[in-house]
Design a binder for this molecule. Structure first.
Ligand SMILES: Nc1ncnc2c1ncn2[C@@H]1O[C@H](COP(=O)(O)OP(=O)(O)OP(=O)(O)O)[C@@H](O)[C@H]1O
Ligand SMILES: [Mg+2]
Length: 229
């Protein structure tokens, strides 16, 4: 581990405008995540977990506060630079998968490579990842033909293909049975934490959260550390 955090949030606030008063979802959150660390983020439905993940990954901007990734401040970047940081450093497994419906499973996994290099290359690596998540036999399918759990596993393979410095995974095991859930977490750990990369994972599953180095809990817009057991 290096002494500087890979990911750092300082007094980050996020509110959404609504018909009535603005909705304050995150209230001056500060968090450091070190390189190689596995952090589990927990909290009730609607507590702001996905919102926080989007801000940390540079997919959305905070209302106020500072966010740094790999020593680079994200909150002041242009859209173009933010997109570059995401391409180069971030893998994201969305809660709702976000697979591109017109591309095959294999092409979806290759998509981050295509964004980075302009071509759908790295097929051997995409194949290896699809084999690891048990989906190679579905490589030529369109996502619409996959089950929920299969879509989730394809989304995980896609998040790993560029070997990102940090992977954000929003309930990646939520639609999987316990065997596939363990397989997916094994795969995520192998390609992130065990390779010196960082994993930030949202989960409701205490057994999954127990495998993290650290657990934090979102409630009423604030973040608390779980006491170490
Ligand atoms: N774009 C938006 N505009 C208005 N409100 C939003 C927006 N995005 C999220 N919210 C609200 O912010 C709160 C937090 O949402 P978020 O999706 O971060 O919760 P979560 O902790 O991920 O929940 P879950 O466990 O159900 O996925 C919710 O009350 C949600 O309605
Ligand atoms: Mg969520």
């Amino acid at each position: 581990m290096t002494s500087l955090p890979l990911l750092s949030a300082r007094r980050v606030t996020k509110s959404f405008s609504t018909d009535q008063a603005p909705l304050l979802v995150l209230n001056e959150i500060s968090l450091d995540v070190m390189s190689g660390e596995f952090l589990a983020l927990q909290g009730a439905s609607g507590s702001g977990k996905s919102t926080l993940l989007s801000l940390l990954a540079g997919l959305d901007r905070p209302t106020s506060g500072e966010i740094s990734l790999g020593g680079e401040r994200l909150d002041g970047l242009t859209e173009k630079d933010l997109a570059r940081v995401r391409r180069e450093k971030v893998g994201f497994v969305f809660q709702s998968f976000h697979l591109v419906s017109s591309l095959t499973v294999l092409e979806n996994v290759q998509l981050p490579v295509a964004f980075r290099l302009g071509e759908f290359t790295h097929q051997a690596k995409a194949r290896e990842l699809l084999e690891r998540v048990g989906l190679w036999d579905r490589a030529r399918f369109l996502p619409g033909k996959l089950s929920g759990g299969e879509k989730q596993r394809a989304a995980i393979a896609r998040a790993l293909i560029n070997d990102p410095a940090v992977v954000f995974a929003d309930e990646p095991t939520g639609n999987l049975d316990s065997l596939n859930g363990r397989r997916v977490l094994d795969l995520l750990e192998e390609h992130t934490v065990k390779a010196g990369r960082t994993l930030v994972l949202v989960t409701h599953d205490p057994d999954i959260a127990d495998r993290a180095h650290r657990r934090v809990h979102l409630k009423d817009g604030r973040l608390d550390e779980f006491p170490r057991s």
